[in-house]
Design a protein around this ligand. Sequence first.
Ligand SMILES: [Zn+2]
Length: 408
Amino acid sequence: MMKKVGKVIFNFSMIIALLIPITMDPLVVRAESKANTLGELKQELTKLKEQKAYQDNQKNLTQQEINQNIASIQQADKEKEQVRAEVTNAQNRIVESEEEISKVTEETKSLLKYFQLIEGENEYIEYITKASSTTELIMRISAVEQIADYNQKKLHELDDLIKENEELKVELAAKEKELEAKIEASSVAIGSLRNQLSALNELNEDINSQINNQQALIKYYEGVCTSDDQPLSECIKVASNSGWTKPLVQGRVTSPWGYRVDPITGAASSFHNAVDIGGNPEGTPIYAGTNGTVAAITRRSNCGGNMIYIHSEVQGKAYTIQYAHVLDVYVNVGDTVTINDVIATVGGGPKTWSYERCSTGAHLHYGVSTGYYLGGGPDGYSSWSKFVASSVQPVGFPALGIWWYSRW
Ligand SMILES: [Zn+2]
């Protein structure tokens, strides 16, 4: 019996062609179980939880690094403000000194004038000769000289002060440049750390999905297996089918099963383990193409997406049917589904493009493999590559591009 819960799993990008993974990013978590027994499923769950803990820790460390860089930018900004204030001060001192210099220069010029033009210069003569005694006369001459000396000294001092402040300005400019470089470096670091963090978040979504799936699998198999050691293939109870129906009321095959030019990578010959069914907008109901049991629900954010795997027996043979790229998921692991049940809706179009990196339009990737994926069995397998290797051409579909309007 299917629980018709309107569960909506977040939709993740899904490769148009779920190809045999030739190059695998070691960080990318594969959305599959290799367990053959309930006990192995439980061991896998423990490992997944360890992986999650590791990823959480990585996330925290990355966030800490981001925070440190932000703090360092703030600190550098503060220092820059201080440097600029210091530059302003130095500039003010230069201006003041220059003003002072012009004053003193004027004063000195006047005095020099007195010295140079003693003869015929009334004021100076007056100043000197108005002395009432020789002593006073000497004092007055000396006073003028002292003032001139004093001014000269002062001019030197002011000149030095200007030079000092000019040097300080150069130093401060260098310091400001240094701070700006520091800010720039921190900003660059933050950029790459944020990318790292979003990749980690994506991985985290993946692992959370896997943990949920694994827990659902364990719960399901605990209900149908008699012990942890019993092969899962023996526990599986699967509804039989006399034939195949199409999962969509209407549509057309837009990309066939088999070798093809990869629409994403452009690779000349890549294996497409499904038919891609187009012609339906996102949100279109997807029916179970066969009566069966929901064996797994996973998602891959790295060119992955929401995927549903259903175990079915058709004309006495074991199959696992894959529905990939779906938008909404309406089933749970362990649910028994019939061909009259809507299990999901079509995705892969604009509604998923905020995170979709591998799909160019709404479609369903419908794959059929012999054996029970995630379940071992006589024709069984448990790895993703074996799932792909066991892929068979889905039957009951018209030729490429030909529309159909009936599921039968
Ligand atoms: Zn496909």
